[in-house]
Design a protein around this ligand. Sequence first.
Ligand SMILES: Cc1ncc(C[n+]2csc(CCOP(=O)(O)OP(=O)(O)O)c2C)c(N)n1
Ligand SMILES: [Mg+2]
Length: 526
Amino acid sequence: MPSVRRISHELLQRQGLTTVFGNPGSNELPFLTGLPEEFRYVLGLHEGAVVGMADGYAQATGRPVLVNLHAASGSGNAMGALTNAVASRTPLVVVAGQQVRPAIGPEANLSSVDAPALMKPLVGWAAEPACAQDVPRALAQAVFEAELQRRPTYLSVPYDDWAADADDNSRALLDRQVRRASTPSEEQGRRLVEQVTAARRPALVLGGDIDSAGLLDDAVRLAERLGGPVWAAPSLFRLPFPNRHPLFRGVLPAGIAPISKAFEGHDLVLVLGAPVFRYHEYLPGRYLPEGTRLIQVTDDASAAARAPMGEALVAGTAAVIDLLLKALDAPATPTAAYRPVPDPLTAEGTDLHPEEVFAALRDEQPEDTAYVVESTSTNSSWWRQMDLRRSGSYYFPAAGGLGFGLPGAVGVAMAQPGRPVVGVIGDGSANYGITALWTAAQHKVPLTIVLLRNGTYGALRWFGDLLGVPDAPGLDIPGLDFTRIAEGYGVHARHVSGAEELRAVLAERPDGPRLIQVDTTLTTPA
Ligand SMILES: Cc1ncc(C[n+]2csc(CCOP(=O)(O)OP(=O)(O)O)c2C)c(N)n1
Ligand SMILES: [Mg+2]
């Protein structure tokens, strides 16, 4: 009988999880030995960067991805990055090494005490198999749970298990297919269509799931038939709708009262592919204005169950959009032209206004560029200047945990070698995932990092004012030169000054990673 390791490797191959992002330790080596040639192990130098890269890669491919972490310490290091993967519903399959079975109880060094419990609040499923023979089945479950729940899963495996003989029945796992169908019943569909077609002033709210599912173009067709305004759901991590489309009203403000105000005058708000809602600032109020009804359509059962208001239909958004498109007439008048971009704001002195940086990106980068953004005080400048029309154009840390942007950009670029990828990263944010530069250099990942250096945690200054606490310490970060840091990791770097130089550098098309540092003025996110 083949070993648990052989069967497990084969299972991963059959399920297409052959790109592994990881950072190993001694507990993990017995899993990694004898990896078949098809596997590619992408080494990250810190677990936050490992998970960030895997997250970007999984989001851009739409497929589960294997992550290999070291016991409790590696898993702990990964935890912050996992919060983002949970919120973006990224199917990461995390496999961590455990001490040999007899050594776990006495807590020998590198034993992970109650390993599943360590991760449980974050992951959708976590386990340590009860015996070696159950490892391949548990691994299959980890993959399927991640895919079905669209949530990271976690499997802790005692390292002596890998060399054990597999159970005869393990082969039955290799051909398993687990799929989800999600079309609403006829009755559910009829009811939804009636509610939507009866609405006099409908509004649409679209979540990141729309883009994750590749439904941006369908969402445009649906919106044009409904004819009402479209918002992106708050705490946005993917762009579900072209941001200069005449029906687009931007990202909803992330507070109860302002969202309620935005919905005033609408008898129906149809929310597709989003939780209701991921509020951020606590601005209390009524959830909905008088006379507004909310219907949420999501395939995330938990998001439906925990929403504090509205009706919910747990179903596939693709199937529901399809149903509505069939029921709604094509618009009588052609949709108005896309909104033009305003002239960028400029700054006095040598530093650039972030709008000048984004205008340069918009003009010099190809239209199909994918942007991974982790620059927090520049949010409103970003949306004022950008014109993003294609699916997969925008990624942002979904739970707001810094450290996704730089590694995420590496992962997105590895997943889509033919598509230009730019990471737009703040000088604060860059430090949380900086080691991903090394991986980008080693794999010669074609990628541009635009590093916005304003010398501070800009968004926190703004937040301090908002919360009435303007004098908090620990917000400035002077003395960082990312060109030298990048060069140290093997990434070519430039410090540019002036919009002209920036535009000229952006117009170059290098085939490996590069970092462009640009000094910028401080702006506010909203
Ligand atoms: C892991 C983590 N730690 C701390 C924070 C708090 N935080 C939110 S925004 C921010 C500042 C980011 O600074 P920078 O990347 O320079 O962007 P800027 O606001 O200056 O545009 C910080 C520290 C966070 N979101 N995540
Ligand atoms: Mg900054």
